[in-house]
Design a protein around this ligand. Structure first.
Ligand code: ADP
Length: 486
């Protein structure tokens, strides 16, 4: 299919391995990449062989010393160039992303531009990877620290942000002096491969930024067991995160894990209700509910729950469903049938246990994997969706009476990625923010990600932070020098 790209060279079906573009053998094994809007096949990408994967890892290892030895200013300039090329080509990258993932074109471009910001940010941070000179308890020695790259990194990324989850990881890795090998989600590899095209054009060596596609479990196992991989950075499900942690235990690998969430969204009685509805729309329905920081449970004080639900219902019912590339589309299709099945399971469970349906509740007449944005009320903690991430356009409203009750329900989960609340009370702002068990808290906002802020979770939502001055710490080791004999 013609994606109508200004630069057709950005659409490639080849992997970048050891500095070379590698295609799937003709008629051989490959993975079809389909458009979730109509299931048409866009491209066929390779299933990397075991030898090719080992070759990629060996190439990264061999290339690392020279990369790490380059002055930070040079690595920074290359990252900056890559960032600029992404910005210049954002329209084409958005078309590729929408074709393989389904989200509205404007959202795709938003993902690309905001996450390219991580390359810009870490290009700047590369130059500021300072060590310390520490005051010493004795006069005959000095104590210094150096920050050194952790080693060859492997990234495994998800389909919900096919472009942005890569720049977030590659930025700090390359800035710190580490090569990185990316395995994108099989549903959405074309955005990753397009990024590799631009990395090459920016002058980043093809053994420093590599992309391989193929069977997730085989690639994951190689990453976890190959001694030349020092670090794995993963965004995806908690289940796969646990497996990676387990499988890399023998080699004590460093891991950054950005796993599932189950974000609570609390609306207190003193909130600006219209702002809270706006925020809930962003936090719930962005990417058709398929983000790890999506509001999964909406707790609303009983004094305002009726009015809130009414307003939320009106807005949700007004969302325009359609193909991502069509003008005005606000809700694309869900990624696949399994995503729709989970939505239906959570909805049925809630309705069976007494929830009330306000809007949606069924698949769209567009067919495929479109599901109508859905609002339900009268939800309780006994329902499945209170404990599992729905990852779909289902907004469940749960009433509460007391602040302490809202906090207790919000924290009643093994996850702790994002949380949101709306209030105009300053004391409550700090009280609640401090009590919520989550890595990130949006206060009077439903949008929190930024390259200048630390993104990540507590509890079973993960390990480590992406972005901010802390983000690069995940890609360095601190070496302590005791200098004596003076
Ligand atoms: P999702 O539910 O969002 O698809 P997954 O955790 O299954 O979440 O997928 C996130 C990424 O992890 C994808 O790149 C996927 O291919 C990869 N993945 C899935 N299973 C495994 C596995 N056993 N080992 C390594 N990576 C995996």
């Amino acid at each position: 299919p013609d994606l109508n790209l200004k630069d057709p060279g950005l659409l490639t079906d080849a992997n970048m391995i050891a500095g070379e573009w590698v295609r799937a053998p003709k008629g051989g094994d490959g993975i079809d990449v389909t458009n979730p809007a109509d299931r048409s096949v866009i491209a066929r990408v390779p299933k990397v062989s075991a030898e090719q994967l080992k070759k990629a890892i060996a190439a990264a290892k061999a290339a690392m010393p020279a990369w790490a030895a380059r002055p930070a200013k040079e690595r920074a300039a290359l990252l900056r160039k890559w960032y600029e090329l992404i910005v210049e080509n954002a329209d084409d990258l958005a078309k590729i992303l929408t074709a393989e993932q389904g989200k509205p074109l404007a959202e795709a471009k938003g993902e690309i531009l905001s996450n390219a910001g991580y390359l810009e940010w870490f290009a700047e941070e590369a130059k500021r990877l300072y060590g310390d000179v520490i005051p010493t308890p004795s006069t005959d020695r000095r104590i210094l620290t150096l920050k050194q790259p952790v080693g060859v990194c492997a990234a495994i990324t998800p389909w919900n942000f096919p472009n942005g989850m890569i720049t977030r990881k590659a930025g700090p890795a390359l800035a710190a002096g580490c090569p990185i090998i990316v395995k994108p989600a099989s549903q959405t590899p074309l955005s990753a491969l397009a990024l590799a095209v631009l990395a090459e054009r920016a002058g980043i060596p093809g053994d420093i930024f590599q992309v391989v596609t193929g069977k997730a479990s085989d690639i994951g196992t190689e990453f976890c067991t190959n001694p030349d991989i020092a670090k794995i950075t993963f965004t995806g499900s908690t289940e796969v995160g646990r497996k990676l942690l387990r499988d890399s235990a023998d080699q004590i690998k460093k891991l950054s894990l950005e796993l599932g969430g189950n974000a609570p969204f609390i609306v207190f009685e003193d909130a600006d209700l219209d702002a809270a509805v706006e925020g809930a729309m962003m936090a719930k329905f962005r990417n058709s509910g398929q983000t790890c920081v999506c509001a999964n449970r909406i707790y609303v004080h009983e004094a305002v729950v009726e009015e809130f639900t009414k307003k939320l219902t009106e807005k949700a019912a007004g969302l325009k469903l359609g193909r991502g590339e069509d003008e005005g589309t606000q809700q694309g299709p869900l990624i696949d049938d399994a995503a729709v099945a989970k939505m239906e399971e959570h909805l049925k469970d809630a309705l069976d246990k007494g929830a009330t349906l306000h809007t949606g509740g069924e698949r769209s007449e567009l067919g495929g994997t479109w599901f109508k944005p859905t609002v339900i009320s009268g939800v309780t903690q006994q329902m499945k969706l209170a404990h599992e991430e729905t990852f779909a356009p289902l907004a469940p409203v749960i009433p509460f009476r007391e602040e302490a009750e809202a906090i207790a329900m919000a924290n009643d989960t093994e996850f702790g990625l994002a949380a949101y609340f709306y209030t105009r009370d300053l004391a409550r702002t700090f009280r609640v923010a401090e009590a919520l068990e989550s890595g990130m808290v949006g206060i009077n906002t439903g949008l929190i990600a930024s390259e200048v802020a630390p993104f990540g979770g507590v509890k079973q939502s993960g390990l480590g932070r992406e972005g901010s001055k802390y983000g690069i710490d995940e890609y360095v080791e601190i070496k302590y020098l005791a200098v004596a004999g003076m």
